[in-house]
Write a protein that binds this ligand. Structure first.
Ligand SMILES: [Ca+2]
Ligand SMILES: [Ca+2]
Length: 178
């Protein structure tokens, strides 16, 4: 069952990024996604936080494209994308998520963390969801679910676990865009 959810959620992801509908995604799609999030936060594109997010998206793309065998600057078909994410992220479990997803989650925390405590509090999380285009009415419940130690703030670890939970179908709120 989780395989179906993963596949569906990734396919949705692919279709959203393949803006011109040519059946391929490339580095520019990842850059555009980072830019869109930065704009939604009202962040200056040249700020260290914004650059960290852009860099993390580019690194994530280059890693996956290289592993898919198309080269860091190459583009991937849907099949190549689904296969490489399956092999490099899902099949590797925590290690895969930590290597591929964690730097991007950490960069998102950097953008959100306006009070500078290194974690994401409820108002910061609300803004996160808004910025990626998720209905923030889900924020309160999602926050409680993701805050697994009940500390009242979300750490990078808790958020990486949440991205994983989303792709395995145990959480319905996407954190890196729909
Ligand atoms: Ca904070
Ligand atoms: Ca917590």
């Amino acid at each position: 069952m989780s395989t179906t959810v993963k596949g569906d959620r990734l396919k949705k992801r692919f279709e959203k990024w393949d803006v011109n509908g040519n059946g391929r995604i490339g580095k520019s799609d990842y850059e555009a996604e980072a830019r869109r999030i930065i704009e939604a936060f009202g962040e200056d594109a040249s700020s260290p936080q914004a650059r960290a997010l852009t860099d993390s998206y580019i690194s994530m793309y280059e890693f996956l494209a290289t592993k898919a065998g198309v080269g860091a600057d190459g583009s991937m078909t849907e099949e190549q994308f689904l296969n490489v994410v399956e092999a490099q992220v899902f099949a590797e479990g925590d290690a895969g998520f930590n290597r591929v997803v964690r730097p991007t989650v950490a960069a998102m925390v950097g953008l959100c963390d306006t009070d500078g405590d290194g974690e994401v509090g409820p108002p910061e999380f609300h803004k996160w969801l808004e910025a990626i285009g998720v209905d923030p009415s889900a924020a309160v419940e999602a926050f409680r679910t993701i805050d697994s130690d009940g500390s009242g703030t979300l750490t990078v670890d808790e958020l990486v676990a949440a991205v994983r939970a989303y792709h395995f179908g145990t959480l319905d709120v996407p954190l890196l865009g729909r």
